[in-house]
Structures are given as structure tokens and as C-alpha cells.
Design a protein around this ligand. Structure first.
Ligand code: FEO
Length: 621
């Protein structure tokens, strides 16, 4: 039986989930399954975006037939040829013989490697920036080599501003009925899996991902439709920010990953003691037994945290086998910009420390602490000072570690005596954010405020504090009436720019509003990004230097949606644009695969280490 979901009025998700797959790509555990996303557009022409893995072809074809409802399939857009998305191409062609395939030359070439039908007669080849119209919808194509294979491209629907992002912005995990990321608690339940997906699948290609993000930054994106995981229609900037972070190889958090390989528990014991000493110094720690935890989880953690400790027993005169595989994997995934500490164990010839060091010396921008802690069979009491020294050395390079140490008594007394006012303490109050609107008799106006509180319940009264510099303040002083629109977590930054970054004395702020909505008092409000509107009639005013506190009777109130209210903290964490990590590299980029050669001069005989093309295929950054 078919099982599809609507993405927009004319776009459908026709993919499916696989919860029986043990290892994605044969190497990454997927305990919560994985989704294979495909999308079907019903325009003047019908368009299928990519296909699915062979494991879920049954539901996929039922979905297509149901959504097409008797129409023929005109086009299939193929963004990526890895078989988890391309497996069903030949069967699509057999079932819908008139279908034409929109792809690029590299995709067409790869299609010939996998399939035997006549590809050339039905392929329509796209180059960077080419566009194709299906009626109402117009698609523009952008090449994205090595995100995650060399043939990959993404496309952008200029009509609905949808980015079809191929593997980019995907997440491990079956969808479980949800399609949109805002239908789940993504940060709590899926962010770790999104990181594990990114770091393991495309983590090696940070430069290429950054190149794609730079292209994406020029587009207004309302929705992202990836090939795995959820569709994004809210808080898109947040997720793009994560990709900017991960692809720059900058750690997300200060803290220490301790990965250990221990045959009889003695190396584990050293790791445990070090973790305790680090916690006592206020340093966050996470620990992994490499014999138990899949490497993909540890790789994701290594991309998240700033410091990495590897503790390994010596085995067959080398690094313990699981640790060796992990380190090989980390180096292959291009891990960089981390501080590394090493612990080795060995009962007669400990060598794992120097061998681990050799591996990490291949990575970029690694600070490898000089002293390897060597243990002969088991840690002895007289070596505890060495563990302390290692903990000190790590903690010294963890910014903020000291801040989380228990506060010494002397410091407490100092604070009590001085009784200083730290303005940052005010930010810990759980403010919301609101548009306060009023009308001066000829013009609607509004401003952003963060202080609205209910004063009494029977009858209902609220109080608002308004800065006297705001024109809305003057209007309310004159008219005694206002509306409060309670902003939600999906409010875009532009609303703060519209109401907060300009004066109503100079501009008509509501001229830029999307709706004409008014409450019974005739005042405007902001229905698009609010979950409630409350109308107030001022009964009392209190002058507090810079602000006036207005107390008002509630004359009308309505719930507009169930989207959570935005808090001041949420605004700073998720809405206010953050400075993005930048790459200020000079060099040359390979036009074939996106590899970046760093340096002022490209040697005449240089060969791209990824795709093996020569200097003629490089261009200056
Ligand atoms: Fe999901 Fe690169 O395939």
C-alpha cells in the first residue's frame, strides 16, 4: 500500500524507510533506521527527483503510481548516482518508458557504469547554472562535486525556493511518520545523528561543502529537501550554521573525548582516572571503549569536541586493532584543528604511543601534547602525578575550564563584599520577545519588547515595560491602547530588523508586513510569526527613568498557533545571525572535484590527489 506525504501543494515525498538495515554503506550502524527520500512534482510536467535503495522499491513505486494518478512521468532529475538513491532508475525507465533523465555528464557516465538501457537517447545534460522549466516551477542546477561523490549536483526551485540538496543536510534515522524537522524535537533527538551522518559521509570533504554553502548563501531558501532524513522548512539557518561549523573542522564544544582500547582493563583504568582528574578541573569529558562503540559514533564525537585523548594498549607490536582502525578512519576523514593527548600501555615493549603520534602528525593543525603517558602493564601509585600533569596540560588549553571549577570560599566572600551588578545576569531571566503595536491616528507602528507579564487573572491584566525612546511608547502614552503579538520560534531575523532596527518616526514599519490583520480595537498585529495576540487598554503608568511600565486591562486575546514562544535565549542561540567560520585560504580549486590546493603557486606538474586531473583543470580561488 502506498505511503507518501505532501511537501507543498504540488510536491510529494514518495520515499520510504528501512529499519532492517544493520550497516549503512556496509560500515555505519543505523540503529534507528534510515530514510531514502525521493520527491515527485506535479507541474505542467511531472518530475521525479532521484529514486531509492532497492530495499524500499516496493512502496516507492506504489507511491509514484498513486501520486501520478494516471499521469505519465515526464522527467526524472538525478542528483547523485550512489545506489542508495539510483538503484531504481532502470525500473523507473521500464515502467515509464517516455521519461527523460535530467542530469549532468558525469552522472550520465556513471549511469552507464551501473545500467545497460539506452541512456544517451533520454539524457538531458545540465551544466553549472543551467535552468529547466516544468511549467510553473523552474529549476536551476548547481554542481556540488564530492558532496559526496564527484558527479553530485543540487538543484534549486526558483518558484518555491526549495533546495534539493542531494546527500547534503541529511540525517540518519527513519522518519517515523514525521517528514519535517519541525515535527520532531530535532536538537534533542536527531542532532547527534545528523552530526554522525555528516561527519562520516561527507566529513572528509569540508572544503567542498564550504564551496557549496557559499553558493547556497546567495539563494533565498524556504525549504531544503535532502535525500536522507527530514525536510527543513523552519530554522533552516540553524542547520546551515551547523554545516558551516562542521565543514570548517572547528570544534563545537570545549571538552575531551577519551577513546581507549583496553584488553584486560588496565588501560581503561588510566583513562577513567584521567577523566576524573579532568572533571575536577572543570573540563567536560566523554569516554568511549573502542572495542564496544562503533567508530562512526567516535568520529562524530571527535568532530564535536575540542580535545581528543587516545589510550591504547600495544598489540602485535602495534596499536590495538580497533584503535588502529579508528585512528585510520579519523585521519581519512580529515580531522584537524584539535588538541591530542596520548596514553600507551605495553607489558614488554610499549609502542602504541609513537605509532598513534605518527598517524596524527599527518593531520592539519593538530596540537599533539609532547609527553605521552606510558604505562607498563598497570598504573602505579607513583605515576598518579603524571596523570595529574597530563590533566593539567589538557585543562590549560581548554578555555573556560577554570570557570566551571567549584568556586573557592575566598571568591564567594569577595563577591559578597563587593555586591557588584553583572548585567549579564539579567540575560538569565526567561524573557520572551514580542511585537508591541499601536496606532497614532494616521499610522500603524510597532516595536520589539521583551517584558510582558500577566498581573492578575480575574480580571485579566498585563503589564508591559517600554523604552521611552520608542515611538510606540509615545503613541501608547497618547492613546492608551496597544496589541502584543507573542513571537514564536520560527520568527525570522527580518522581523527583528523590521520592528527593532528602525524608527517608526522615519518609516512605516507595517508597510513591510505580510498581512493586514487587526484586532477589534482596530490595531495591527503580526499573525505570521505569533502564537497569540493580546489587546490591552492602559489603566496605570509608572515612570522608571528610561522606561514606562504600563498596566493594562486585557480587552481581547486569541491563540493563533501552537508553535512555541520564542525566548530571549532562543533568539540569541538560533535566530540572531552568528559570525560564520571563514576560510581565508589562497590557492587553486580543482574544477572537476572541488579539491583545494593551498599555496600561491600551483606546480606545473601538479595532479589533483582526489580526481587525478592536471593543472589545466584548476582555477585560482
Ligand atoms: Fe546517500 Fe552518497 O548516498
Amino acid at each position: 500500500m502506498y505511503c507518501y506525504r505532501k511537501v507543498t501543494d504540488d510536491l510529494y515525498w514518495v520515499g520510504s524507510n528501512d529499519r532492517r538495515l544493520a550497516m549503512f554503506e556496509g560500515v555505519y550502524s543505523v540503529p534507528d533506521g534510515v530514510s531514502y527520500n525521493s520527491y515527485l512534482l506535479l507541474d505542467e510536467k511531472t518530475v521525479l527527483f532521484d529514486t531509492v535503495d532497492k530495499a524500499v522499491k516496493g512502496t516507492f513505486f506504489e507511491n509514484i503510481a498513486e501520486v501520478l494518478d494516471g499521469r505519465k512521468l515526464d522527467y526524472m532529475v538525478i542528483h547523485h548516482m550512489e545506489p542508495d538513491h539510483s538503484e531504481a532508475i532502470q525500473e523507473v525507465v521500464m515502467r515509464y518508458p517516455e521519461v527523460q533523465i535530467i542530469c549532468n555528464q558525469k552522472i550520465a557516465n556513471m549511469m552507464k557504469q551501473y545500467f545497460e538501457f539506452d541512456i544517451d537517447s533520454r539524457a538531458i545534460l545540465m551544466n553549472e547554472g543551467d535552468s529547466f522549466s516544468f511549467g510553473k516551477h523552474n529549476l536551476v542546477f548547481v554542481m556540488a562535486p564530492m558532496v559526496h561523490w564527484p558527479e553530485v549536483m543540487v538543484s534549486y526551485d526558483t518558484t518555491d525556493k526549495i533546495l534539493f540538496s542531494a546527500d547534503g543536510f541529511g540525517t540518519f534515522g527513519a522518519l517515523n511518520g514525521a517528514l519535517f524537522a519541525d515535527e520532531v524535537d530535532f536538537e534533542r533527538d536527531y542532532l547527534d545523528e545528523a552530526r554522525r551522518y555528516y561527519t562520516n559521509i561527507v566529513g572528509k570533504y569540508g572544503d567542498q561543502v564550504q564551496a557549496l554553502l557559499k553558493k547556497a548563501a546567495t539563494l533565498e531558501i524556504n525549504m531544503i529537501c535532502p535525500l536522507h532524513g527530514f525536510v527543513w522548512r523552519r530554522n533552516i539557518g540553524d542547520f546551515i550554521g551547523k554545516y558551516m561549523h562542521w565543514s570548517s573542522y572547528a570544534p563545537e564544544e570545549y571538552g575531551v573525548v577519551i577513546a581507549y582500547a583496553s584488553v584486560y582493563g588496565h588501560t581503561e583504568n588510566v583513562a577513567e582516572i584521567l577523566a576524573c582528574r579532568l572533571r575536577e578541573r572543570g573540563v567536560k569529558t566523554v569516554m568511549f571503549d573502542v572495542s564496544v562503540t562503533p567508530a562512526s559514533d567516535i568520529i562524530a564525537a571527535a568532530f564535536k569536541w575540542s580535545h581528543l585523548v587516545f589510550a591504547s594498549t600495544t598489540y602485535n607490536a602495534g596499536i590495538f586493532v580497533n584503535m588502529e582502525a579508528l585512528i585510520y578512519d579519523l585521519v581519512a576523514h580529515n580531522i584537524q584543528n584539535r588538541t591530542i593527548a596520548l596514553i600507551e600501555n605495553g607489558s614488554w615493549a610499549p609502542t602504541s604511543g609513537s605509532l598513534m603520534r605518527e598517524q596524527f602528525e599527518k593531520c592539519k593543525n593538530m596540537t599533539i601534547l609532547e609527553n605521552t603517558l606510558t604505562v607498563i602493564s598497570s598504573l602505579k601509585k607513583d605515576q598518579l602525578a603524571q596523570v595529574d600533569a597530563l590533566a593539567d596540560a589538557i585543562a590549560e588549553s581548554v578555555p573556560g575550564a577554570a570557570k566551571t571549577l567549584p568556586m573557592p570560599e575566598a571568591k564567594k566572600e569577595e563577591i559578597a563584599v563587593k555586591a557588584e551588578i553583572d548585567p549579564n545576569a539579567m540575560f538569565k531571566l526567561s524573557y520572551g520577545l514580542f511585537v508591541l503595536s499601536a496606532n497614532d491616528g494616521s499610522k500603524d507602528n510597532g516595536c520589539i519588547i521583551n517584558t510582558v507579564m500577566q498581573v492578575t487573572d480575574v480580571k485579566k491584566r498585563i503589564a508591559i515595560a517600554v523604552n521611552k525612546a520608542n515611538y510606540t511608547h509615545d503613541i501608547i502614552k497618547k492613546t492608551g491602547e496597544f496589541n502584543v503579538s507573542v513571537l514564536t520560534t520560527d520568527v525570522p531575523f527580518k522581523v527583528f530588523q523590521q520592528f527593532g532596527f528602525q524608527s517608526g518616526r522615519d518609516v512605516d514599519k507595517f508597510a513591510q508586513a505580510g498581512s493586514e490583520a487587526r484586532t477589534a480595537n482596530g490595531l495591527r498585529y503580526v499573525p505570521e510569526y505569533s502564537n497569540a495576540v493580546i489587546s490591552g487598554k492602559v489603566t496605570e503608568e509608572y515612570d522608571y527613568d528610561t522606561h514606562t511600565l504600563f498596566v493594562a486591562d486585557v480587552t481581547e486575546s486569541a491563540v493563533l498557533s501552537n508553535v512555541p514562544s520564542v525566548t530571549y535565549q532562543y533568539y540569541f542561540d538560533h535566530i540572531k545571525p552568528k559570525p560564520q567560520p571563514t576560510t581565508d585560504k589562497t590557492g587553486y580549486v580543482c574544477k572537476i572535484c572541488g579539491f583545494i590546493y593551498e599555496g600561491d603557486e600551483l606546480p606545473a606538474d601538479y595532479i589533483c590527489p582526489l580526481c587525478k586531473h592536471g593543472v589545466e583543470d584548476f582555477e585560482k580561488l
